[in-house]
Design a protein around this ligand. Structure first.
Ligand code: CO
Length: 134
């Protein structure tokens, strides 16, 4: 297991246009792309910041993972994503260590990357996403 870098930090927002406008106004940061990911029930925007990114997540409806997160916690930090060289190797390692996974098998996330989520119960209440480098 080797974490290469922080691929992105994800923030749940209610109004993606408003959040993007504030990132531009306050920090002069603009989205590289916006993408609707129906399977995850989100629209995401990726904002490059140095070698990493901030990802803004807007739920497509209240009955989605991010919709339920917003209802419970309000806007704010949603997950941290680490880049790994091989997601299959990373998942094999975590399974061997009996770490609680949301995705025991990789799926396709934003930008076409292979990703998997690790349950926040596994470590300090933090939802972790692993992103395979391309
Ligand atoms: Co993410």
């Amino acid at each position: 297991m080797r974490l290469v870098n922080i691929d992105h930090v994800a923030i749940a927002v209610r109004d993606l246009d408003a959040a993007l406008a504030e990132y531009e106004r306050q920090y002069h940061v603009r989205a590289e792309y916006r993408e609707v990911i129906e399977e995850q029930g989100v629209e995401e925007a990726m904002l490059p910041i140095g070698a990493s990114n901030v990802q803004l997540l807007r739920p497509l409806g209240p009955d989605t993972p991010v919709g339920r997160f917003l209802a419970k916690h309000g806007e704010g930090l949603h997950h941290i994503a680490y880049a790994v060289p091989s997601i299959d190797d990373a998942l094999r390692h975590l399974v061997a260590e009996e770490v609680e996974l949301i995705d025991p098998h990789p799926r396709i996330g934003g930008g076409g990357h292979r990703i998997a989520f690790v349950h926040p119960r596994a470590l300090a209440g933090t939802l972790v996403e692993l992103v395979e480098l391309q």
